[in-house]
Design a protein around this ligand. Structure first.
Ligand code: PLP
Length: 437
């Protein structure tokens, strides 16, 4: 029996299931991987979310990444209200979108960006541009990497797709995925084989800049070369492009994302989450000569009624401007503390696990006994989902809201102060005890 009251959430879930498939607007929210009733959120402030039954949780989901500053940050709210009062959508260019584009360009190696509404749109558009620019069709993606629900990339995807055990989806046609080649992340030989076989047909390789949707799996070094650097070198040797997907890592693992940590980037990059400040905003960008292939200057079509929406743009721009070096230093410190404390708690109850991180983005793998590192999906998938489910509910019952899937990263924010961290640290031993199955 759950120890917290959940009647209101349960009632809403029952109502929701009648009108929304699975009762949710995005699959992983349904708690299918962990069992039980999803908590319906009423409000959020700082490091906390409150559900409709009045339970308050320290939030480690952060809306799956965007809430770098915490929820309902007063300056972001002010910017949003100011923007909304001036009109919520014009379908015409604005000064604010120029400022957001300039801010992204100042923090990353891209020379031009186009704003879109979701990470899915960003990767879909980047893919189209890569194909249009090279005149080639095939794409390499990695097993366990998730780039949104783009048809041609919904093959061996991570995140919700992995949790639900649907690595690909009905409705995605054979023809659509025929041009998608799936390789193993961090496995250079699999990439070399794909290029040896299809070299002059491959438009691009797309990879998460550090994988975060099969749990956190950073690009590994081999012979002094980082995996992403290897991808860039190999793609370029064959006349193909590299797309680094920074939708999750961008403006989170450092002010300049994963590129700020390892200096590696694609010819095109995709961004989302943090740069929308909790609103639907995302972007893709890259070298000016490639971006100039886009409509209206070039032939590659791409568009959006709400792209560059003034309210979303205001939220994103204000979030980025408030995301100072101190913000990242604090999140990095708390992430390191949390990794250490999770490890201690699980060790104390002899729960086998591996903790991996890229900067402040980390996750805990409930791997079987004997596994010491997770380089790719084949190992990530060996996790004990039952152990994770027990750990997850142990945290939830003790007022900590973690993503309801063992394949998700843990997201901290600048609003996680000592009081919030203490609440997590108090809950950890109880959750670890619950995970000793
Ligand atoms: N790319 C990555 C790396 C992601 O983590 C996600 C979402 O989790 C996406 C793309 C898709 O973004 P969205 O959910 O905004 O469509």
């Amino acid at each position: 029996m759950p120890s917290l009251p959940t009647e209101q959430s349960a009632a809403l879930f029952e109502r929701a299931a009648k009108v929304i498939p699975g009762g949710v607007s995005s699959p992983v929210r349904a708690f299918r991987a962990v069992g039980g009733t999803p908590v319906f959120i009423r409000s959020a402030a700082g490091a906390y979310v409150t559900d409709v039954d009045g339970n308050e949780y320290v939030d480690l989901v952060g809306s799956w990444g965007p809430m770098l500053l915490g929820h309902a940050h007063p300056e972001v709210l002010d910017a949003v209200a100011r923007a909304a009062r001036q009109g919520t959508s014009f379908g015409a260019p604005t000064g604010a979108e120029v400022e957001l584009a300039e801010e992204i360009i100042a923090r990353t190696p891209v020379e031009q960006v186009r704003l879109v509404n979701s990470g899915t749109e960003a990767t879909m558009s980047a893919l189209r541009l890569a194909r249009g620019a090279t005149g080639r069709d095939k794409v390499i993606k990695f097993e366990g990497c998730y780039h949104g629900h783009v048809d041609s990339l919904l093959v061996a995807a991570g995140s919700g797709a992995a949790t639900l055990g649907h690595p690909s989806s009905p409705g995605v046609t054979e023809a659509t995925t025929a041009d998608t080649i799936v390789c193993a992340y961090n496995d250079r030989a699999s990439v070399e084989r794909a290029f040896a076989e299809h070299g002059d047909e491959i438009a691009c390789v797309i990879a998460e800049a550090a994988a975060g949707n099969m749990g956190v799996v950073p690009p590994m070094e081999a012979d002094g070369e980082n995996f992403t650097a290897f991808l860039a070198r190999t793609a370029h040797a064959h006349g193909a492009l590299l797309i680094t997907d920074e939708v999750m890592t961008g403006f989170r693992v450092s002010r300049s994302g994963q590129w700020g940590l390892d200096g590696q980037h694609g010819d095109l990059m995709t961004f989302g989450k943090v740069m929308g400040g909790g609103f639907p905003a995302a972007a893709f960008g890259g070298r000016a000569d490639l971006m100039q292939q886009l409509s209206p200057v070039g032939p590659v079509y791409q568009a959006g009624t709400l792209s560059g929406n003034p309210v979303a743009t205001a939220a994103g721009l204000t979030t980025l401007r408030l995301a100072t070096d101190e913000v990242y230093a604090q999140i990095d410190r708390n992430a390191a503390l949390l990794r250490a404390e999770v490890g201690k708690a699980l060790d104390a109850f002899q729960v086998p696990h591996v903790i991996q991180h890229s900067g402040n983005l980390f996750s805990v793998f409930f791997t079987p006994q004997g596994v010491t590192a997770v380089p790719d999906w084949s190992v990530a998938a060996t996790q004990r989902q039952d152990v994770f489910a027990a750990f997850f509910h142990g945290l939830l019952d003790n007022g900590v809201y973690l993503g309801p899937s063992c394949f998700e990263a843990w997201f901290l924010s600048a609003a996680h102060d000592d009081a919030a961290m203490d609440r997590i640290l108090e809950a950890l031993p109880k959750a670890a005890a619950a995970a000793r199955l």
